[in-house]
Design a protein around this ligand. Sequence first.
Ligand SMILES: [Zn+2]
Length: 282
Amino acid sequence: MSRSFVWFAIATLFATPALAQQTREQSNSPHSLFSQSAAETLQREYGKSEISYLLLDAGSGAVLANHWENPEKPIPMGSLVKPFTALAYAEAQGFHFPTYTCKGKANGCWQDHPHGELDLTAAISVSCNAYFLRLAEGVPAERVASVANAFDLEAPEKDATSANLIGLGDVWKIAPIRMTRAYLELVRRKDTPGVAPILEGMRQSALHGTGAAIDRKLKHSAALVKTGTAPCTHGHWAPADGLVLAMVPAEKPEILLFIRIHSVTGAKAAETAGRMLRDMQE
Ligand SMILES: [Zn+2]
């Protein structure tokens, strides 16, 4: 076990009773590692900040720290839904993902500059909207709903558009705590068809995609990252909130950090997520 992850299994000090109860039921074994220092670090450095965060033990799903006002209240998730829509596509296509060309804003991407030709892994890594809009065109909302149910996520409505199915707009809302557990489930299913290219995309996101700020900050490990930029749900409105879900270490995640920052993009929020993970390592 690497020294840097000795801090991972922090007590459920900050878990709400309901969550703690739930996670005790889910967990078959006590935490293999124990340290209060990471949760204390988060609390000390970020406990008074406006950053919303959830820290989970990746093995048991236990909530180690909760600084999210209401993690059971569904919110728009932006691009964090893309892996689940991709799985819905793959189920009907023999688990084969296509290659598409992104021409930037011209075909609906968030980035002006074209991403060019992308396979699914590259599209996850840079969170290309042009790729996913085209992918989602052939996916009925019902099929995405069935994948959402399998991962215990709130499902999109029957009349959700392709844009909604890739996380644009605010009609498909998911509870943050459910989203964290769905990503842990994704890792658990790493050997099932269609999942490996998604996880590889998350690894590449941390290396050189929208989550690159995280690996740049981490000293001893690499991460699996998905970023999202979603409509703001705070009282004081902003054009968007940045979301970052990171699991470390990439090879076999031990913790999951999910954060939301008011009025920034997901890629920008990744800088903060990287700093938080680094602070916990130290
Ligand atoms: Zn693109």
